[in-house]
Design a binder for this molecule. Structure first.
Ligand SMILES: NC(=O)c1ccc[n+]([C@@H]2O[C@H](COP(=O)([O-])OP(=O)(O)OC[C@H]3O[C@@H](n4cnc5c(N)ncnc54)[C@H](OP(=O)(O)O)[C@@H]3O)[C@@H](O)[C@H]2O)c1
Length: 235
């Protein structure tokens, strides 16, 4: 079955964690490449401002969504299909970190982090795979260098290993559907992820360009993983 034809200007890119950092930078890059955008996160005001910047409701839809809530994820997809009628690419990117050390962080913060980084990403896949199947679309997930090597005392690293496994599990599960799956694995990137902003780090746009690379390949090319470190990062 060939991919239903969509002009580049019709294609729809849904991004979770779009209110800030890597997600917002990817929205800007994808908007410049002609994609229509769905911007999802909890901070409605920031999403509305970004949606206005990226062309308003015809081109960019802001959707409030806590990714750890299945009902929110379902209404995110319903709103997208009502507004744009299709989804061609999904970037499951929402997530956050926490202090290292198994006695440092609180159990409550761990719970929130696991529910966002792991369960939330899984819910995004579950909510969007039916729409992606009908477009033979593209699924991307933000893992991390920390999802490839364990960091000392890091529950965050454990959540990102789960995301790496989820991407590979989804790739195999979706074999035969035409859906491509890409894990984006950033090294240290200067975003509000960090309370103390890093120096000599990647910029959010460095990761956004990697996302655009993955979604710009011909239909037979499936870029499965992109791991990017700043030159300054050893581990
Ligand atoms: N910065 C780095 O060095 C780095 C490296 C590797 C991987 N990553 C990963 O990259 C992704 C993006 O992070 P970033 O660096 O761009 O940080 P960021 O600027 O803090 O962005 C995080 C985004 O996730 C959203 N988010 C958090 N919890 C959410 C929830 N429950 N529901 C919906 N959205 C939620 C935030 O929006 P709201 O608060 O508005 O909901 C925000 O848009 C994360 O998965 C992170 O783990 C970052």
């Amino acid at each position: 079955m060939s991919k239903p034809t969509a002009t580049p200007a019709d294609r729809v890119f849904l991004i979770t964690g779009a209110s800030s950092g890597i997600g917002a930078a990817t929205a800007r890059r994808a908007g410049a490449e002609g994609w229509r955008l769905v911007l999802a996160a909890r901070s409605r005001e920031r999403l509305n401002t970004l949606a206005d910047e990226l062309g308003g409701p015809e081109r960019a839809l802001a959707v409030g969504c806590d990714v750890s809530e299945w009902g929110d994820q379902q209404q995110m997809v319903e709103q997208t299909l009502a507004a744009f009628g299709r989804i061609d690419a999904v970037f499951a990117n929402a997530g956050f970190g926490g202090p290292r050390g198994f006695l440092k962080d609180t159990p409550e913060h761990w719970r929130e982090m696991v529910l966002t980084n792991v369960y939330g990403a899984a819910l995004t896949l579950r909510a969007t795979i039916p729409a992606l199947t009908s477009t033979r679309g593209h699924l991307l997930l933000t893992s991390s260098v920390a999802g490839r090597r364990a960091l000392p005392g890091s529950m965050y690293s454990a959540t990102k290993h789960a995301v790496t496994a989820m991407g590979e599990a989804a790739r195999q599960d979706l074999h035969g559907t035409g859906i491509r799956v890409t894990l984006i694995e950033p090294g240290m990137t200067d975003t509000p992820f960090f309370d103390n902003r890093p120096t000599d780090a990647l910029a959010d746009d460095d990761i956004a360009r990697a996302v655009i690379y993955a979604v710009s390949q011909p239909p037979h090319v499936d870029v499965n993983e992109i791991l990017i470190r700043p030159v300054s990062q050893q581990g």
